[in-house]
Write a protein that binds this ligand. Sequence first.
Ligand code: NAP
Length: 237
Amino acid sequence: MQIKDSVVLVTGANRGIGAEFVRQLKQRGAAKIYAAARNAGSIDADGVEVITLDVTNQAQVEAAAAQASDTSLLVNNAGVASGETLIRGDLDGIRRELETNFFGPLRLTRAFAPVLAANGGGAILNVLSAVSWFTHPSSTTYSATKAAAWSLTDGIRVELAGQGTQVLGLHMGPVDTDMIARLEIDKSDPATVVTAALDGIEAGASEVLADAIATQVKASLGLDPSERYAALVGAQA
Ligand SMILES: NC(=O)c1ccc[n+]([C@@H]2O[C@H](COP(=O)([O-])OP(=O)(O)OC[C@H]3O[C@@H](n4cnc5c(N)ncnc54)[C@H](OP(=O)(O)O)[C@@H]3O)[C@@H](O)[C@H]2O)c1
């Protein structure tokens, strides 16, 4: 799949990583970009078709698929980090996070699968995280949603193989956006992450590890959990 001349829908396109996708898709010559956001007025980009889309709203998802019926690349970028924790967090807050980070991409995928099939197969990129594979005490529910979305990514890849749809997961550590603005830690530039993702699409990849943290966390998956979490558990004891 090449970006040039493709037709792309990006969720959460109004800011952060989503807005960077829109910028770079334009630079690479996408024929049309559907920039989707909960508040259409928050899209600040020229030359795009704006779609009002809350990924937790089934009717809006179906309307988007009807409007954007020429889409060949779906970028499931919209996401939230509630800051809830599994044991003491608010269950409704946890459900809302799962609605956005898991059921959002699921809804979009179900609505757009026939659209992509009709347009030659195309591709779906799910914006996941290094924390799909590692959890931190401060964001255990967010990790659970991203782990679920990782499994979803594998599941839809298997289910959509027959129609020739390329399905990729994008994993990265902290990125410099509003989502983690409060954290004073090293962060990747959204531009670097998006460049890696678009390169991955064009290379036919199934998974993109966009920074060193994602690479390290993935490599640690073969270890026993007690070893993977030794530093965290030790710090809390
Ligand atoms: N920043 C990081 O460190 C990091 C690391 C790994 C992965 N990620 C993932 O990268 C993706 C983009 O995050 P970001 O860093 O760009 O965060 P961000 O700046 O907070 O942007 C989040 C985007 O998601 C949208 N969104 C949230 N809930 C939505 C809903 N129900 N329907 C439609 N759009 C919704 C937001 O729209 P509104 O403006 O309407 O709120 C916004 O456009 C997310 O999936 C996130 O989990 C981020």
